[in-house]
Design a protein around this ligand. Structure first.
Ligand code: SF4
Length: 455
């Protein structure tokens, strides 16, 4: 009898500093792209999965093929892992955001490159390897129907957070210039059939389960989102997700969010500077009274908000940090992120920075001098140091006990003792994490040798 074909799925980490034994474990969730690849693998193939963030990869374990989904932040580590397998003559397949946005680069480090969404091509890739006729490039045509649910059995025993990640929709109709999502999906959006999502939710729920709909913008198609929320009401679950600000101005949507168990949403406020919002092509954040009115509407429906802010656009000055911080505190944000904008390859922002010769590291994600949270471009309204310290200081102040306690006074954050405890614990965890991965190497700094190219 011939033995089954063996596929190894690997989730690369961002990296490790020299001598660092353990990865930074906070907020470690199930890597859904791996679950999707597992589900898309043809029957009869023997699968195993290693998460580089939580375990050592047994490179010498016999396997026939390795597959990795690559993001810009994990690209260098993915190439190191691929080099280890290449030394052992094991072929590597790469796909994911970075593979689609930087195909020339990623194509050098894998035997097979998958461009676009995996659904329509991954089964064929594995089958072709099994039959000994692989191709160097597989390109998905158009947007696939999203009918597959991830195979979560591969996550067993890895110690991920108990929150369940479910996908309803993918992509976003907006065109924010810094956003890799709009580049990858070319500002398109599609969603799964509501009954499939509901079946998945009911199948994997545990008592008191919290779900995270990992959609890039769950309300990109507002009517479809409402249909999902209506269907979720009888399920009686609790959920969180990410949404653009426009949902705050639709009373019916807000009411459905509350009734369907929405605990809160991440909203990208990005900036309170009108010029910066226009520059990033996110002027829609100013619609119908803008962020303050949006917050008023969210609070009225008991929805807690995780607000994110970006700094470093040309209209930003050192005063922009204080303005965003004041807003975040006065409006009682549940949590918030204050980060410098990052030019991701393939985005309009990256192209503009490159044209204006403002990139301080052209391929910052591969540069040995680059560290996590370093400013990779030259801002105009402040220095790189001011930009880096401005973000850090805003985070420190927002997660100080003074700010946490003042935000705890907003009714939306303390509606019940359970909610207040939740608020305090989550904020305390963020306080511990303020410097987070600052200074973390991209790739394993202890890994020696040149990256081995495939061709
Ligand atoms: S709204 Fe969000 S997901 Fe959509 S393009 Fe803008 S940043 Fe990206």
């Amino acid at each position: 009898m011939t033995r089954p074909f063996r596929l190894t799925l690997v989730h690369p980490s961002v990296g490790r500093n020299r001598g660092m034994k353990k990865y930074i474990r906070t907020w470690m969730m199930e890597p859904i792209p791996v679950g999707m690849l597992a589900a898309l693998t043809p029957r009869g193939v023997e699968k195993r999965f290693y998460d580089d963030r939580v375990e050592s990869i047994p490179f010498d374990e016999p396997t026939d093929l390795v597959a990795m989904s690559v993001e810009t932040y994990t690209a260098k580590r993915a190439y190191q892992i691929a080099s280890e397998y290449r030394r052992r003559r094991i072929p590597v397949v790469m796909g994911g955001f970075h593979a689609t946005l930087c195909p020339e680069e990623v194509g050098q480090y894998c035997e097979t490159l998958v461009v676009g969404e995996a659904e329509s091509v991954f089964p064929e890739v594995v089958e072709d390897y099994r039959l000994g006729r692989p191709r160097p490039l597989y390109q998905s045509a158009g947007r696939p129907s999203l009918l597959t649910s991830p195979e979560r059995a591969v996550f067993a025993g890895k110690g991920y957070l108990p929150i369940k990640l479910v996908e309803f929709s993918r992509g976003c109709r907006f065109r924010c210039d810094f956003c890799a999502i709009q580049s990858f999906f070319e500002s398109s959006h599609n969603h799964r059939p509501v009954d499939r999502v509901l079946e998945e939710v009911n199948r994997i729920r545990r008592p008191g389960q919290l779900f995270f709909f990992i959609d890039d913008n769950i309300t990109s198609d507002l009517e479809a989102a409402k249909e999902l929320m209506r269907a979720l009401i009888p399920a009686g679950v609790r959920w969180v997700s990410q949404s653009a600000i426009n949902v705050a101005f639709d009373e019916e949507a807000l009411e459905l969010m509350r009734r369907s168990g929405c605990q809160g949403v991440l909203v990208g406020f990005e900036s309170l500077e009108e010029g910066s919002l226009r520059e990033m092509n996110k002027g829609f954040n100013l619609m119908k009274g803008g962020p303050a009115r949006a917050m008023e509407n969210f609070r009225k429906h008991g929805l807690r908000i995780y607000g994110t802010f970006l700094f470093g656009y040309d209209q930003d000055t050192p005063a922009s940090f204080g303005r965003a911080l004041r807003f975040a505190e006065e409006e009682g944000l549940f949590i918030a992120a204050f980060n410098h904008v990052t030019p991701f390859p393939g985005t309009p922002l990256y192209r503009r920075m490159a044209e204006e010769r403002r990139l301080l590291f052209e391929t910052w994600w591969l540069d040995d001098r680059y560290r996590y949270n370093m400013i990779p471009f030259q801002p105009t309204g402040m220095t790189t140091e001011e930009l880096a310290t401005g973000c850090l200081e805003a985070r420190r102040k927002f997660y100080s006990w003074r700010s946490i306690l003042s935000r705890a006074r907003h009714r939306v954050n303390f509606r019940s003792p359970f909610m207040l405890a939740n608020f305090l614990v989550i904020n305390a965890m963020h306080q511990r994490d303020v410097e987070g991965r600052n200074g973390l190497a991209l790739g394993d700094a202890d890994w020696a040798g040149p990256l081995l190219k495939a061709h």
